[in-house]
Design a protein around this ligand. Structure first.
Ligand code: AMP
Ligand code: MG
Length: 422
């Protein structure tokens, strides 16, 4: 008889034959999740982070007409004497929004401000720092200037008829600015996906309630709410659901009537109170239920009627890791947006990290620039998937791919920063 107990693969094992790889999981999400169809027309200010439905063509040139890029003097290069200083007569001033309407002939120039239309008869703007003004008010310029100098050409930003924003683009602050520069006040965008979420667990109590022995406060619903708030989705918070099969079924049925995406946390491992998988098997279909990552291996992905279901693990760090890696792409796909890949940067590890090959790991790191302006990264201390302060102290994930078999201090690793603003 063997003196060892043979065990099924668990969270403690680096390799689990039932787990699918990170990239397979992302592929399946991409295949399964269909974009919402409905669109709405909105004022552009409300279109931030929404998905553009039809390519936008520019109705005119930006800028519409040639204008000055500097404060200075508009001149005709042809009227400057080669190799000499020419004295010009100032015949007026062109302001941004108030053009000079007269004529600028030979021997003359026009005082011009940034953004003002370039007057008839001139073809260059000489910076005010490069001229001399005589006591009698004449403008002295040398011949070291060229046609087009300091002039922004009509259409140099956008040419009339050009596509400025593709269909499927997620609208950024700059895109909204570009639309405004074209005078476009409204845009047709895809409707927001509706995301319903709930926590599971008999141990969970809400803030304000007394903590009896064995109970903990529900934090997942708060971090989830906040992560979802940063995306262009409508959220439905379905609260805490008891570890009872009937309760799970009820909440899932209800959610599937109201949401494009249903997210639960907890109850997806193989404990005796883990009822999510059987409930999904009853009500819908399961595409996969384990991914070779740490933390966050038990992640159930499937469908209930037309709704996508993602059963995230219960541990608070695993919730945030799986949200960033899998829920964000699922929401992007639902929204009809082009997939985006998180940017990875190279950094020097300041700490050793133990790891066995076989799964992707997302350790929590604090990245800083060293004195050579290169990224270095330290761990945020204990890395257990229940240690939520490891997330709140971090500014990045330290991403260790499947094949990585541990890191020594000084090794190069990849990091993924948490947030973005533009
Ligand atoms: P489970 O996957 O349900 O077995 O949960 C795994 C671990 O995460 C357990 O220690 C749970 O107590 C904890 N947990 C589950 N849900 C939450 C939650 N909403 N907030 C905080 N901790 C949770
Ligand atoms: Mg549980």
């Amino acid at each position: 008889m063997s003196n060892k107990i043979s065990s099924a693969p668990s969270c403690a094992d680096p390799f689990d034959p039932e787990s699918i790889s990170m990239s397979e999981a992302l592929d399946k999400i991409q295949q399964r999740v269909l974009p919402v169809h409905a669109c709405e027309r909105l004022p552009i200010r409300e279109c931030l982070d929404r998905v553009n439905n039809e390519a936008v063509k520019s109705p005119h040139n930006v800028p519409p007409l040639p204008n000055s890029a500097m404060d200075g003097f508009a001149v005709a290069i042809g009227s400057l004497a080669q190799g000499e200083v020419t004295e010009l007569e100032e015949v007026g001033t062109a302001f941004a929004g108030n053009p000079f309407n007269g004529n600028c002939g030979p021997g003359q120039c026009v005082r011009i401000m940034t953004g003002a239309l370039v007057p008839e008869g001139t073809d260059a703007v000489i910076m005010q720092e490069q001229v001399e003004i005589t006591e009698t008010g004449k403008i002295r310029v040398d011949s070291d200037h060229r046609v087009g100098e300091n002039i922004r050409l009509a259409g140099e930003d956008v040419v009339k008829g050009e596509i400025v924003i593709d269909a499927g683009a997620r609208l950024s602050p700059a895109d909204i600015g570009v639309l405004a520069s074209l005078g476009i006040g409204q845009l047709q965008v895809k409707r927001k996906p509706v995301v319903a979420f709930f926590s599971t667990g008999d141990e969970l109590v809400s803030i304000g309630e007394k903590l009896q022995p064995g109970k903990i406060y529900d934090s997942n619903r708060y971090s989830l709410h906040c992560m979802l708030s940063r995306m262009a989705v409508d959220v439905i918070d379905l609260g805490v659901v008891k570890d009872e099969p009937a309760a799970m079924r009820e909440v899932l049925e209800n959610a599937s009537k109201r949401a494009d995406l249903i997210i639960s946390t907890g109850g997806v491992s193989v404990g005796e109170a883990d009822y999510i998988k059987p409930a999904l098997a009853d009500l819908g279909t399961t595409e996969f239920w384990k991914i070779a990552i740490k933390p966050g291996r038990p992640l159930t992905f499937g469908q209930i009627d037309a709704s996508i279901f993602m059963g995230l693990p219960g541990n608070p760090v695993a919730v945030m890791v799986t949200f960033s890696q899998f829920v964000v792409p699922a929401i992007d796909a639902l929204a009809g947006a082009k997939p985006r890949r998180p940017a990875l940067f190279r950094a020097r590890a300041l700490d050793a990290m133990r790891k066995k090959p076989g799964r992707y790991e997302f350790q929590r790191g604090i990245a800083t620039l060293d004195d050579k302006n290169e990224w270095q990264v330290a761990k945020t201390g204990k890395q257990g998937s229940g240690i939520l302060t490891s997330m709140s102290r971090a500014n990045c994930f330290i991403v260790l791919p499947d094949e990585n078999d541990g890191v020594e201090a000084g090794d190069e690793v990849q990091i993924q920063f948490f947030d973005w603003s533009l």
